[in-house]
Design a protein around this ligand. Structure first.
Ligand code: MTE
Length: 315
């Protein structure tokens, strides 16, 4: 694979401030359950995640202090329609996803397009652990100890042109590997997008791991987007291309059903969805529902991005 050399990542971004205790949390919340898997489970255990530890990690001031959802549930309750439409399907079928070699191309309206090898990214990135809520349109939510770094750090390296207004994310797709008949509703490759200011917001994460390890396949290995104030579908998994565009990209869910899924998809308890209640949510593992918070609890940080917009229309 031809890998173009990216602009160098500054050394200041490589050295983390503190060594964080995510390894300890990994063990406390499920690492023990998976110790065999991460440390060399037999090859026949196809649905076992073959992740590797990511250390050291800096703690993030953006983390919620809510208790993370146990790892087992993060691994077994997924939306990854390339590998099936039931929540348990990705844990059974995502082992087909080939995660090495893997590169991401960043192109479009930029001065210096690059193709980056994932292992170089993992080596050079100043990784942080950020405990974020993830809230799905289907009215369930989780708390995830992601590992990653601000997407803006990566995007700045390619020097976006003044004409760039949006960023389009494209997920891995190979019809030989992914069986589209699983879910005829969505077209693949899965495409997501953000407005440039959303993509550059300090909360938007380039996700490279969770619970102190590289990403399990069902959670979007080896690299995904994490946008904590938007519904889960904005957080594209297993991405291979990031393209800067002038026009708003046509993304997978609005393309499939523009009445139910909008481009902006900010978590909004006041919005009606034809099928799912957006005012309440069930945290996976909990019995009772809780109120959904505007912008998923991140309103203070992000509501100014939408000043003057009618969020009933731009949903
Ligand atoms: N990315 C791809 N490529 N394919 C998908 O089906 N599903 C989205 C998002 N990213 C999806 C995707 C949805 S609807 C959700 S809720 C989150 O991934 C789920 O992430 P998780 O399985 O890690 O909880």
């Amino acid at each position: 694979m031809l890998i173009r050399r990216p602009a160098d990542i500054a050394p200041s971004e490589i050295t983390p401030q503190t060594v964080f205790e995510s390894r300890r949390r990994f063990l406390a919340h499920g690492g023990a359950l998976l110790a065999g898997a991460t440390l060399g489970l037999p090859a026949h255990a196809a649905n076992a995640p073959d992740t590797t530890p990511l250390t050291p990690l800096a703690a993030s001031r953006f983390s919620t202090n809510e208790t993370p959802t146990p790892l087992k549930q993060l691994l077994e309750y997924n939306n990854f329609y390339e590998f099936g439409s039931s929540k348990g399907d990705p844990s059974l079928y995502a082992h087909k996803l080939p995660i090495r070699p893997w590169a991401i191309t960043i192109d479009g309206l930029v001065r210096t397009p690059v193709t980056l090898d994932i292992d170089r990214l993992l080596k050079l990135a100043a990784l942080e652990e950020r405990i974020y809520r993830l809230r799905c349109v289907e009215a369930w939510s989780m708390v995830v100890p992601w590992v990653g770094y601000p997407l803006s750090t990566l995007l700045k390296h390619v020097e976006p042109l003044g004409s760039a207004k949006y960023v389009r994310f494209e997920s891995y797709y190979d019809p030989e590997v992914i069986t589209p008949h699983f879910f005829g509703f969505l077209e693949f490759p899965y495409v997501e997008g953000l407005r440039l200011d959303e993509a550059m917001h300090p909360l938007t994460l380039l996700g490279l791991g969770l619970y102190g390890e590289t990403l399990p396949r069902q959670n979007g290995a080896p690299v995904r987007i994490v946008v904590p104030w938007k519904y889960g579908f904005k957080s594209a998994k297993s991405i291979v291309r990031i393209t800067f565009t002038e026009d708003q990209p046509l993304t997978s869910w609005p393309k499939a059903d523009h009445k139910a899924y909008g481009f902006f998809a900010n978590v909004n308890p006041q919005l009606q969805h034809p099928q799912w209640d957006q005012s309440r949510e069930r945290r996976i593992g909990e019995l009772f529902k809780r109120d959904t918070l505007p912008f998923n609890g991140y309103a203070e940080q992000v509501s100014s991005l939408y000043a003057g917009m009618d969020l009933q229309r731009a949903f």
